[in-house]
Design a protein around this ligand. Structure first.
Ligand SMILES: C[S@@+](CC[C@H](N)C(=O)[O-])C[C@H]1O[C@@H](n2cnc3c(N)ncnc32)[C@H](O)[C@@H]1O
Length: 211
């Protein structure tokens, strides 16, 4: 998602609110010691999902990562208007941050409407490419999960194969995901696809069978 730069972005990011972290190392002591479940959303866009979920689940910690600075700034501005102490945000490419997390730091990784990178030579940039999955596996807790939603059938099929080949166990799959309760927030892209009545694919993978 690329966006034209807004005039307030520089001043916001020069002096960001305290929930915007410079690196993952500054997280230490803020995760499982204080929160029930630690979530990581990669590619948070303008932050609707990350913000709403942190409000629905106040006992959990919600960490968002977004690489596009101008898009991240919108998420940060929105969150600043109703700041919760269970929100943390990282600006930059997830690839650089994932290696900073310790083993088992995260319980649930959320991939919402990730960029599809349709050309074969760009598949390695997909957030479900094996290099990313190897890191997810390392940072996820023993019974950690990955929850992915997308409108893109090709990305969905590719991801299903990747997660399966990496040893994850499929827990749920839907090719027309509809919420029965408000347990899951709606992201900006999801709202758009819902308004167009397009099917939403969702899968939940667990690192290993529950004990
Ligand atoms: C299609 S948008 C979806 C945004 C939001 N998740 C939603 O559902 O509305 C994908 C977002 O992921 C971000 N993104 C893609 N690859 C990323 C990476 N490696 N690290 C961090 N953010 C990434 C993009 O900049 C973009 O904002």
């Amino acid at each position: 998602m690329r966006m034209r730069k807004k005039p307030w972005v520089d001043s916001l990011l020069q002096n960001p609110p305290s929930f915007v972290l410079g690196d993952v190392l500054s997280l230490s002591g803020k995760t499982h010691a204080h929160y029930d479940i630690v979530h990581l959303e990669i590619g948070s866009g303008k932050g609707d999902y990350w913000i709403q979920m942190s409000q629905i689940y106040p006992k959990d910690l919600w960490i968002g990562i977004e690489k596009e600075m101008n898009v991240a700034a919108v998420a940060i501005k929105k969150a600043s208007e109703a700041i919760k102490d269970n929100q943390l945000f990282l600006i930059g490419d997830a690839q650089n941050y994932l290696e900073q997390f310790s083993d088992h730091d995260i319980d649930i990784i959320h991939l919402n409407f990730s960029d599809p990178w349709p050309k074969k030579r760009t598949h390695k940039r997909r957030l479900s490419a094996s290099t990313f999955i190897d890191q997810y596996k390392r940072i996820l807790s023993e019974e950690g999960q990955i929850i992915m939603k997308t409108d893109n059938k090709d990305l969905f099929e590719y991801s299903m194969v990747q997660f399966s080949q990496s040893g994850f166990v499929l827990e749920e799959m839907s090719v027309d995901f509809r919420r029965e309760q408000q347990e899951d927030a709606i992201s900006e892209y999801e709202a758009r696809f819902m308004s167009l009545n397009q099917p939403i694919y969702r899968c939940i993978w667990r690192k290993k069978h529950r004990g």
